[in-house]
Ligand binder design. Structure first.
Ligand code: ZN
Length: 129
């Protein structure tokens, strides 16, 4: 199991690589699997704004491509420790279920919440049947 600090460090390190030339709002995210692996991602903007992908979804994609879908927690680093957007909340819920979500600001202050607190009454795949 990785130390909580490593997850935070990974999110903050990923943030440094964010491609955000339009908003200049850089975000890094890191997910820790139940087996202790950490995968990170940063936001990636595009001149065609609708193609922008958030850090959280890039981090989850980096994990998914390895075949791993067992998430223990996720950390999200930004200038002011903002929570994930609505799209990311839905994706986090689908892939991770109920997990701790750590929000980190520029100074390293961390706020702990959960995926359920962020998306109460979530739409999920069970509703498709
Ligand atoms: Zn998002």
């Amino acid at each position: 199991m990785n130390d909580f600090k490593l997850l935070i460090q990974a999110a903050r390190a990923a943030r440094k690589h964010a491609y955000a030339p339009y908003s200049n709002f850089k975000v890094g995210a890191a997910v820790e699997t139940k087996s202790g692996e950490i995968f990170s991602g940063c936001n990636m903007e595009n001149a065609s704004f609708g193609l922008t992908v958030c850090a959280e979804r890039n981090a989850l994609g980096a994990m998914i491509v390895t075949g791993n879908k067992s998430v223990k927690s996720i950390a999200i680093a930004s200038e002011n420790g903002v929570p994930p957007c609505g799209a990311c909340r839905q994706v986090i819920w689908e892939i991770c279920g109920e997990i701790p979500v750590y929000l980190i600001d520029e100074a390293g202050n961390t706020t702990a919440t959960t995926s359920t607190e962020l998306l109460p009454g979530a739409f999920n795949k069970d509703m498709l049947t």
